[in-house]
Design a protein around this ligand. Structure first.
Ligand SMILES: [Zn+2]
Length: 80
């Protein structure tokens, strides 16, 4: 699952982050811009990152998956 951190006070929204990274990003933002305090209007936008847009699944992962499929197809072809 992915999420974006949004700070309404600063009117900024992070990129899609992995669930485990959002808490660290939020703490970093609070420390850096709000002296460690929590702004009233921050929110976490949960959802699914766009797969091929620099999100969870980048170009390198896509290439790795394509290569794996090609190798499997080749092996399948050898067996038959
Ligand atoms: Zn902020």
């Amino acid at each position: 699952m992915a999420a974006r951190y949004r700070c309404g006070s600063c009117r900024t929204t992070s990129d899609w982050l992995h669930d485990t990274d959002v808490a660290a990003h939020r703490k970093q933002h609070r420390d850096r811009f709000h002296g460690g305090d929590a702004p009233d209007d921050e929110e976490l936008i949960k959802g699914t990152a766009p797969m091929f847009h620099g999100g969870i699944l980048g170009g390198r992962e896509l290439l790795a998956i394509l290569a794996a499929v090609l190798v499997l197809a080749f092996l399948w072809d050898l067996k038959n």
